[in-house]
Design a protein. Structure first.
Length: 93
């Protein structure tokens, strides 16, 4: 992992560890996101959100044990998303 950026120059980025990356054309800010399911009440008894970045309990990161007709496709982190989602869809079909 790279050190956080310290400052942006007209031609590049200087990082907090002193390294500099020149010739930068664009900077993409990827801040992540938090899960939110407004169709489920917070006390639904089916699943709960862990700090907004996790859904528990899910069987195989997909199915809540108390509601087997409800599926959460594509939730696991640190994965290659589209092949995983395809396999989850096949499993559900």
């Amino acid at each position: 992992a790279r050190a956080p950026p310290k400052r942006i120059t007209s031609t590049g980025v200087e990082f907090e560890d002193g390294t500099v990356e020149e010739g930068v054309d664009a900077i993409v800010y990827c801040t992540g996101y938090y899960y939110r399911f407004p169709f489920l009440s917070p006390d639904n008894g089916i699943v709960h959100l862990e700090s907004g970045d996790g859904v528990k309990p899910l069987y195989h990161h997909l199915l809540p044990p108390d509601a087997p007709s409800l599926a959460f496709v594509g939730l696991p982190a640190k994965i290659v998303p589209f092949p995983l989602m395809e396999m989850q869809a096949r499993y559900l079909a």
